[in-house]
Design a protein around this ligand. Structure first.
Ligand code: SF4
Length: 123
């Protein structure tokens, strides 16, 4: 049986979890204070995913850099490719919060969106 030690990221308590895995399945979780810890352990040990945050350049905007994030979690294994996809991306102002900046990043089916609005630079 494999045993993994994780820290739950479900809330600021950060419970230390001990996870027992057998045949690639989570069979026991210890150390969780609530049920979310069990869900986190199962997901982290079988299909770990994350929201990715990054930034892209802006042309003609009141500021030059736009913070962006994936709309939903993407597989952890795709994070580095996702970051590479966003390198060199330049978007033109104006931009509204929630605008799609990059579609189907790394073939995940998930879009990367703007997390703030940026107006066009006034002349
Ligand atoms: S197990 Fe529950 S209480 Fe503990 S960190 Fe996770 S979400 Fe928070």
């Amino acid at each position: 049986m494999e045993v993994r030690n994780l820290t739950c990221i479900g809330c600021p308590m950060g419970c230390p979890l001990k996870v027992e895995i057998e045949n690639e399945k989570v069979v026991n979780v210890y150390g969780n204070t609530c049920a979310m810890g069990v869900e986190y352990a199962k997901k982290e040990c079988t299909n770990p995913t994350r929201i990715v945050t990054s930034s892209v350049f802006v042309e003609d905007g009141e500021i030059d850099v736009l913070p962006v994030k994936t709309e939903k979690d993407i597989p952890k294994s795709k994070i580095s490719d996702c970051i590479k996809c966003l390198q060199g991306v330049v978007v033109k102002a104006p931009i509204n919060i929630g605008d799609v900046i990059f579609k189907n990043v790394s073939n995940t089916g998930i879009n990367v969106i703007a997390t703030r609005s940026i107006s066009k630079k006034s002349n």
